[in-house]
Write a protein that binds this ligand. Structure first.
Ligand code: HEM
Length: 499
């Protein structure tokens, strides 16, 4: 087929799909007429507002300001509802029926398949049940040793950059967080910090880039056309590396278990006795309806932890360093807490309990996640009609919770643009479903306690070793939604050795 025929065919297909979807949703539109929103253009809807990942942040804020806390917009022929209203947020997040993820999550399927993040309700319920015990505090304790290994390397890497006045800290934090999540998910180290050019590390960042581009490029969303792009080939290559690695680790671990069983070792007892734990072992021991999980199902869950537990914590920790660098009084209080806990020791042997006692640092992290939520918004596709305060939102519509917008709304927070960790002790946020960095309800983040421990471990270690300062020249981050919240111009800080 020549290029012009291809373009004409695609355009005709797009028009046909748009007409069909608009016709299908016309009855829904009736009840949504009272919800405000920008006028949609033929074919593209309001897609012209979302050309870059920076706009994915700024447009939602503009929409919220211009059209209120419940508004509608169109991407092509698909109707979307943006929720920045605490009541509607509560109704959606506490629903036990509307737990299907929105259509945007389909771009994650090639990597994560039907893992916990992306799975539909039936499979999700079974898998969430078997995975919940993996985050019990007795298991979480066993991850601390992994935090220690990766953080030791991270401190050495940072030391090489000390006295730099405008260090983009994100890439270094990102590799540290990748090391932690790889070892905790699979039980094997990938040494990303020592080996950032490795096939696996490159494949992770390539997949992240491609998924992000697919989410904002309408052309790349048409599979028929996407197959002719360079990214399609790169995606295939990256997926092969990522899936092969996980399958290889699963096979290796299964063989080890087989050998243990041949030698009459009580495998389960042995696993829980180990000083270190990983999610793969827990999955290998799990059964659903009396049957062990298939290798493919295990692979999907391990990859999901890899994906969901990597960029999210890297984003949160990098913004926390930025906030600490730019608020010396907050940094001083956080350091004071470290001194109260460990005296002047730079490398104390940190236990799970010590991390629990870092109360002020926890406030710092919470406030960082308010201003810089790693997942700025997240969506559900309604499988049932939802009625809130007399407004019907019909099934079939995609709804997004605007976490970033709610977290910065002066209606819900005093002086919302100010970084003030103490607001969480002053009960500034009066409504529970306004603060949702880890989502809420049954489909909330399963890894939030793990993430909090990891972030406390890494950030407190950096504070004991270094003084963080504002970058010179001072640079505000240009926020963008590259799957998680990032900054187009890096996250810049200055760092000095703490003597
Ligand atoms: C600062 C760190 C983190 C933040 C801000 C965060 C945030 C979130 C949010 C907002 C969701 C809901 C997404 C949605 O509804 O589409 C979510 C889900 C999830 N998170 Fe996290 N996350 C973090 C770290 C982690 C870690 C470390 C892990 C794994 C060890 C993890 C595993 C998951 C999984 C598996 C889900 C899907 C849960 C389900 O649907 O049942 N997350 N996370």
């Amino acid at each position: 087929m020549d290029v012009s025929t291809l373009i004409v065919t695609s355009l005709l297909m797009l028009i046909a799909i748009t007409i069909w979807q608009r016709w299908r949703t016309s009855k829904d539109r009736k009840c949504l007429e009272t919800i405000p929103g920008p006028k949609p253009y033929p074919l593209i809807g309001n897609a012209q507002d979302f050309r870059t990942t920076e706009e994915l942040i700024s447009v939602y804020i503009r929409y919220m300001k211009n059209y209120g806390d419940l508004m509608k917009f169109w991407i092509g022929s698909t109707l979307k509802i943006l929720i920045s209203d605490p009541n509607v947020s509560e109704a959606l997040l506490t629903s036990t029926k509307n737990i299907t993820k929105d259509s945007g999550y389909r771009f994650l399927h090639s990597w994560l398949g039907e893992g916990l993040l992306t799975s539909g309700p039936t499979r999700w319920r079974k898998h969430r049940k078997i995975l919940t015990p993996a985050f019990h505090f007795q298991i979480l304790e066993k991850f601390v040793a992994t935090f220690e290994n990766a953080t030791t390397v991270f401190i050495q890497k940072l030391r090489k950059h000390k006295d730099i006045r405008n260090l983009d800290i994100y890439p270094l934090v990102d590799l540290c967080s990748l090391d932690i999540i790889c070892e905790t998910s699979m039980g094997t180290a990938v040494d990303a910090q020592e080996n950032e050019e490795s096939e696996y590390v490159t494949a992770v960042s390539e997949m992240t880039r491609i998924m992000c581009e697919k989410m904002i490029s309408p052309m790349k969303q048409i599979h028929f056309l996407y197959r002719f792009t360079k990214d399609y080939q790169s995606e295939k290559a990256a997926l092969k590396i990522l899936h092969d690695q996980t399958h290889f680790v699963i096979k290796q671990r299964k063989n080890e278990i087989l050998k243990m069983q041949e030698n009459s070792v009580a495998v389960e007892e042995e696993f829980y006795k180990k000083p270190k734990m990983n999610f793969l072992d827990i999955l290998l021991l799990s059964k659903i309806d009396g049957e062990p999980l298939s290798d493919e199902a295990i692979r999907e869950e391990v990859d999901t932890f890899m994906f969901e537990g990597h960029d999210t914590t890297a984003s949160a920790m990098s913004f926390a360093f930025f906030c600490l660098a730019n608020h010396p009084e907050v940094q001083q209080s956080a350091v004071k807490e470290q001194i109260e806990l460990f005296g002047n020791q730079k490398d104390p042997e940190i236990q799970h309990n010590d991390l629990q006692n870092m109360k002020y640092l926890e406030l710092v992290i919470k406030e960082t996640l308010r201003l810089y939520p790693s997942v700025p918004n997240f969506g559900r596709s309604l499988t049932e009609d939802m009625v809130v305060d007399g407004q019907l939102i019909p099934k079939g519509v995609d709804c997004f919770i605007n976490a970033f917008g709610m977290h910065r709304n002066p209606k819900y927070y005093n002086d919302p643009e100010t970084f003030n960790p103490m607001r969480f002790t002053e009960n500034d946020n009066k409504l529970p479903f306004v603060y949702v960095p880890f989502s809420a309800g049954s489909r909330n983040c399963i890894g939030q306690k793990f993430a909090m421990l990891e972030m406390k471990y890494v950030i407190s270690s950096v504070l004991r070793h270094f003084i963080l300062e504002p970058a010179t020249p001072k640079e505000e981050p240009i926020l963008c939604h590259d799957l998680v919240l990032k900054s187009k111009n890096g996250i810049k800080v200055g760092i000095r050795e703490r003597i």
